[in-house]
Design a binder for this molecule. Structure first.
Ligand code: SF4
Length: 247
């Protein structure tokens, strides 16, 4: 049965962080992972938490979302801005996300997605046909650590990435794939961890790779949800970040 509505927990206007130009980022609720450092804990659960202090949840149709995105069109003209879909994990919303991306294409809007890669391969490839930019998270090559820090194995994520890179390479107008690694203290903040990821990307001929520095912006949201912040007092020191980001 087609999903008519999806739960949107935020629509961020004038965003400069989620792709080229000025973008409107649509955050969909629900994620298969539980990363300890997640800065959007309100995005994780598929159901809406009761009395959680977040009042921005909206059940929206594809048309309602696109209407709000299109209202910002004037800002997209310079710098190639457009719509970015994020989460949570936007690709868990199956047919809905395809309709949303198709709708954006029909309106000549640039499209980007932020994905954990922990999704169906078939859906990932189908979505790629309607995307200009894919920001794909690759957190760790160490499966044991990956399971313990995100709640899931990295096997599907690695295999999906290789198939995505190989498939898109055969297309005339492929999306640009940018792999992102959040650098998280105690998890993957060593030279070995980052070099292992870079070596893997080289082996599959994936060039674009960015490191994202861990921050603690999400801490107060955990308190709002009545949850303990899983990262405690961890911080990523400047020196370490400097070394890792120069690799
Ligand atoms: S994949 Fe992203 S949204 Fe999902 S738990 Fe991890 S950091 Fe949060």
């Amino acid at each position: 049965m087609r999903q008519e509505r999806a739960c949107v927990f935020n629509i961020q206007h004038y965003s400069l962080q989620d792709g080229p130009g000025i973008r409107t980022t649509v955050f969909l609720k629900g994620c298969p992972l539980r990363c300890r450092w997640c800065c959007n804990p309100e995005s994780q659960d598929f159901k809406i938490e009761e009395d959680c202090g977040f009042d921005s949840y909206r059940q929206m149709t594809v048309d309602e979302i696109l209407k709000e995105v299109e209202a910002d069109e004037v800002f997209y003209r310079h710098g190639g801005g457009g719509m970015t879909v994020s989460g949570g994990e936007p690709l868990v919303h199956d047919g809905f996300i395809i309709q949303l991306l198709k709708g954006a294409r029909e309106r000549y809007l640039s499209t980007a997605i932020e994905t954990s890669g922990a999704v169906s391969k078939k859906l990932l490839l189908e979505a790629a046909e309607y995307l200009d930019y894919i920001y794909y998270d690759l957190k760790s090559m160490n499966d044991k650590k990956h399971k313990s820090w995100t709640g899931a194995s990295n096997k599907q994520i690695l295999s999906n990435l290789k198939v995505l890179v190989d498939t898109c390479r055969t297309w005339n107008c492929p999306p640009r794939i940018i792999v992102r690694t959040p650098v998280v203290p105690g998890f993957n903040d060593t030279k070995e961890d980052i070099i292992a990821i870079k070596d893997y990307l080289k082996s599959i001929n994936q060039a674009d790779h960015e490191l994202i520095r861990y921050h603690r912006f999400g801490k107060s949201k955990y308190e709002k949800l009545g949850r303990q912040y899983p990262m405690g007092n961890a911080v990523l020191d400047d020196k370490k970040w400097e070394i890792l980001s120069s690799l």
